[in-house]
Design a protein around this ligand. Structure first.
Ligand code: FMN
Length: 355
């Protein structure tokens, strides 16, 4: 077991998110104080076979460090080979995905299905450990298959005894998907059972939630996924609350607008204008989901296909929010829709508010 550097502990980390945690989002999150960011999951087989798309997901620049790379695999040999390749990029952490419940992953016996097979889990972690050198090794797990098959205590112990340097636990089962609130109380039980750091994940939507998770469970750091979408400010707020107990408060509309525009510039740099426009739209919706005018924003956004027009639109929309032009919306309901259907927003942002 390698010691996890103190700088990584008691921090708020950005979770791996497919189609979301690309370089622009990671850079913004780091700028606002994320303690560690992750690439989205990459397939071990894709890494070993040098697939172009996989290597694109994996790439990061040195100034993004500290950063973790997450791997999807179910066979120790391919996993070990991929770790050897990934190590060449010098990430700080290499994580094994044992939490993904989606069909296109589980039908290949990867992601959350590995939780049902503690022996395989042990072999996979050992194969990473044997090839990882100085790089930290972790595993991101759910509680188990379903409520009747919660085996996180056993799996966390297997992870530790096979050389994981820390575990990340999303405190829902595979079958829970996102239907229930995360069950943080498991984190304390896991902490009592193993000595390596435990990173808590699930239902963190504010800096206060993250501080509460640490205080209530004794977990060593917190990882946020959906709560960070359009809200990188929560990293800074968390850091300030941990430093001096004072929350700097909600960002102003000016700060939100600046972050959204900076995000667009980073997307253009990463993908070029045409691809950036399509990709930017979901992020813009997420940035402005906390303000009246979100319904109108979604309607207008769909029609914009030019980056200059997009930026002008954001300026105009922010000014209207500032002048309180938009009629009040049920922002709590918008928030509920977002939490329940974030994946849907990702794919078809046009229908969501009506849905
Ligand atoms: C859009 C999206 C993509 C995700 N992709 C991944 C992924 O690639 N790897 C992974 O381990 N978890 C992935 N997750 C799960 C999150 O990392 C996290 O465990 C989960 O959303 C619970 O945290 P939250 O309640 O803060 O959202 C994804 C979640 C979302 C919303």
């Amino acid at each position: 077991m390698k010691a996890v550097k103190m700088e990584l502990l008691n921090k708020l980390w950005l979770a791996p998110m497919a189609e979301v945690t690309d370089a622009p989002f990671r850079i913004i999150s780091k700028k606002f104080g994320a303690g560690l960011t992750f690439t989205q999951m990459v397939s071990a087989k894709g890494v070993v076979e040098n697939e172009f798309e996989t290597l694109q997901y994996l790439a990061f620049s040195k100034n993004e460090k500290p950063i973790g790379v997450q791997i999807l695999a179910n066979d120790p040999l391919t996993l070990a080979q991929s770790v050897t390749e990934v190590k060449k990029y010098s990430p700080d952490v290499i994580d094994l995905n044992c939490g993904c419940p989606v069909n296109k992953v589980t039908r290949y016996q990867m992601g959350a299905t590995i939780l049902d097979n503690p022996k395989l889990l042990g072999e996979l972690i050992k194969s990473m450990k044997d090839t990882s050198g100085d790089t930290l090794i972790s595993v991101k797990m759910r509680l188990g298959k379903n409520k009747s098959n919660i085996n996180i205590l056993e799996n966390a112990q297997i992870a530790q005894s096979n050389g994981a340097d820390f575990v990340i636990v999303h405190t829902r089962t595979r079958e829970d998907r996102y239907y229930i609130d995360a069950e943080w109380e498991w984190l304390r039980k896991i902490k009592e059972n193993i000595d390596i750091p435990v990173i808590g994940n699930g239902s963190i939507f504010s800096a206060k939630d993250a501080v509460n998770m640490i205080e209530q469970t004794g977990c060593d750091s917190v990882m946020v996924a959906r709560g960070a979408l359009g809200n990188p400010f929560l990293f800074n707020r968390f850091n300030k609350m941990m430093e001096n107990g004072i929350d700097p408060g909600e960002p102003s509309i000016e700060e939100v607008k600046d972050a959204a525009l900076e995000h667009i510039n980073l997307l253009v740099r990463e993908y070029g204008e045409i691809r950036a426009i399509h990709r930017a739209k979901k992020f813009i919706i997420w940035y402005f989901r906390f303000f009246n005018g979100i319904t109108s924003l979604i309607d207008s956004l769909i029609k914009i296909n030019d980056i200059i027009l997009l930026k002008d639109f954001i300026e105009e929309h922010s000014n209207k929010i500032k002048k309180d032009v938009y009629k009040p919306e049920d922002l709590n309901e918008i928030d509920n829709l977002f939490k329940r259907r974030v994946l849907f927003w990702l794919e078809e942002n046009k229908v969501i508010v009506a849905g």
